[in-house]
Write a protein that binds this ligand. Structure first.
Ligand code: SAH
Length: 564
């Protein structure tokens, strides 16, 4: 809940606007401001104070405890111009809240924590436990001092400007080891503990078993992601309570699913009781990973609980990012954000060069020349499977005659995939030419590298018959110059020689050029691989030097009636 506090009429008006926009997330604290701040501080995760920072600082000072547990506090000035993240920027979420509130109220967010102001992720905002010298290592990152990354487990991290060697270290591990000096230890949730228990097994015995097993294996409980067991034990009080005490979710699986899992230590007892020869090992292993500790029994005799420990690889992320036709301001903000969080970028040299400045230091760039599409797709998916955040980039939209389909054909469901759409060459050219795509249209690639010519020809014919506006991609290259004249001849069989044709080369790039001509007078020699060719339908007209295809079926019906 977000507590809202105000004093003046202007502040109260802004407060009420916010409360009306976020009715489920906010609670208004009326009454004397001091009491209101104290009550909200005790009861809410976050506060938005429509008060001067000085007043809020004085009120908060005696209340502040620890930055990991204090609420995040945002102040809005009397004029509603600034949303200041005052305390709890990271753990309290005040930085993010300042941005959100600013967006809603039309104010400017003011965020002063160092890592955010230079675009570095805060080491304590990665979503998992962090130990050690966070302040020292953050400062080293900001000062550009070499910080070594020692990743003992693979986990998708935002890109950090790390080096192979350095006086400071970021260690990513699930092993028990205290942070050394000038070191930060990140503990991603890698460990899954499978548990089995007989009915009524005491929680103490289960927790002792799990903690003792982790301790003996040198594994850190802070990296525990979840407990896993069989469906039949979903309500077993000892297991449920153990998960609660360890602060992790309990995940359960059907017995027949667990029975399929290959385990080192199957036994008859669980088979008779719940229908699978293994509960602890199978439940830990069912989602894949490496068995670190095989089945162990609890101390009591007879033992009432078993457990096994598995390390799962991090879930990687593959972003398929369209970079647009060329110009930087046609690259979407979402594409920029994906490029900024990628730890690996895969793409053609010429495209990667266009966006290199948007990558954070430390991002690996795997580029390759034209032609190696499948290899590129496989590389991107392989890197994501290892747990990296990968951006696979392509010009225009990455799903249009580009990398998205070969990549997704390779990708299994063990990675997250996000697509970021881009402005295609057809759309960029359309905007330059006027409004050629105002009615139904298609894109056809004339490259017979991936498609046999007779298939291409059939599609051109169908488009001709259906009176669709056509944008030709890959229209002509050296050594492949017969296709465009043939395609234009097919369209010419159904459209007048005066049909407008737009030729756009290097849309939105520094050497952009465009020409409006007609089916009869287009010279194919003026077309190359940096070009798209847009052929109008029977309704397309040149109006004031622009190519315009009227909208609407009705207009066409009228026209056909006219012709009758
Ligand atoms: N994914 C891209 C298309 C890749 S196919 C997209 O969505 O636009 C490559 C072909 O696209 C080129 O041969 C050319 O026909 C066309 N093309 C790409 N960018 C272009 C641009 N800026 N101007 C004109 N044509 C372009």
């Amino acid at each position: 809940m977000i507590g809202l506090i105000s004093a003046t009429a202007a502040g109260t008006a802004a407060r009420d606007r916010l409360a009306a926009m976020w009715p489920d997330r906010t609670r208004v604290y009326d009454g004397p401001v001091g009491d209101a701040v104290r009550a909200a501080f005790a009861e809410c995760e976050q506060l938005v104070c429509f008060l001067a920072t000085g007043a809020v600082v004085r009120l908060l000072a005696p209340l502040l405890g620890d930055k990991t547990s204090d609420p995040g506090v945002v102040c809005i000035d009397e004029g509603g111009r600034f949303a200041v993240s005052l305390v709890g920027g990271h753990a309290g979420g005040a930085n993010a809240l300042a941005h959100e509130v600013a967006e809603s109220l039309g104010a400017l967010p003011v965020v002063t924590t160092a890592t955010d102001s230079v675009g570095l992720p805060g080491l304590d905002t990665l979503g998992f436990p962090v130990e050690g010298d966070v302040a020292g290592v953050s400062r080293a990152l900001l000062d550009g001092e070499p910080v070594a990354l020692k990743a003992e487990v693979n986990w998708p991290l935002p890109p950090l400007p790390v080096a192979a060697e350095g006086a400071y270290t970021i260690r990513v591990t699930d092993a028990v080891l205290g942070p050394a000096e000038r070191e930060v230890v990140l503990r991603p949730p890698t460990l899954v503990v499978g548990v089995g228990a007989s009915r009524g097994a005491p929680v103490e015995e289960i927790v002792e078993l799990i903690e003792g097993t982790l301790r003996d294996a040198g594994l850190c409980a802070a990296s525990l992601a979840e407990l896993a067991t069989v469906d039949a034990k979903a309500d077993e009080p000892g297991i449920v309570e153990a998960a609660r005490r360890l602060g992790v979710p309990l995940v359960t699986y059907p017995a027949d699913v667990l029975a399929e899992v290959d385990v080192p230590n199957p036994s008859d007892a669980p088979l008779a009781a719940v229908g699978t020869p293994s509960v602890a090992e199978a439940a830990a292993l069912v989602q894949g990973g490496e068995l670190l500790v095989p089945k162990r029994k609890s101390a009591a005799r007879p033992a009432t609980a078993t457990c096994a420990v598995v390390r799962r690889p991090g879930r990687g992320r593959l972003a398929v990012v369209g970079l647009g036709p060329g110009a930087r301001d046609l690259l979407t903000p979402r594409a920029k954000a994906e490029l900024g969080r990628a730890s690996v970028v895969v793409g053609l040299d010429q495209y990667v060069d266009r966006i290199r400045d948007l990558l954070r230091p430390g991002t690996r760039v795997l580029q390759s020349g034209l032609g190696a599409e499948e290899a590129r797709a496989r590389t991107a998916v392989g890197e994501a499977r290892k747990g990296h955040a990968v951006a696979l980039v392509g010009s225009g939209d990455a799903g249009v005659y580009a990398m998205a389909s070969p990549a997704l054909a390779e990708a299994s469901d063990d990675i997250d995939v996000v697509g970021v759409p881009g402005v295609t060459a057809a759309l960029a050219a359309g905007a330059i030419l006027g409004a050629p795509l105002g009615h139904d249209h298609v894109s056809i690639s004339l490259s017979d590298l991936h498609t046999p010519w007779d298939v291409i020809e059939r599609r051109v014919r169908a488009a001709a018959e259906a009176d669709l506006v056509v944008t030709f991609y890959n229209p002509r290259s050296r050594g492949r110059d017969r296709q465009l004249p043939m395609a234009l001849a097919i369209l010419g069989g159904h459209r007048a020689p005066t049909t407008p044709v737009g030729v756009v080369r290097n849309a939105s790039r520094p050497d952009e050029s465009s020409r409006l001509t007609t089916l009869a007078s287009l010279d194919p020699a003026t077309v190359d691989m940096m070009t798209v060719v847009t052929v109008g339908n029977t309704a397309t007209r040149e109006i004031a030097g622009r190519m315009v295809t009227p909208r609407g079926y009705r207009w066409q019906d009228d026209r056909q009636e006219d012709a009758r």
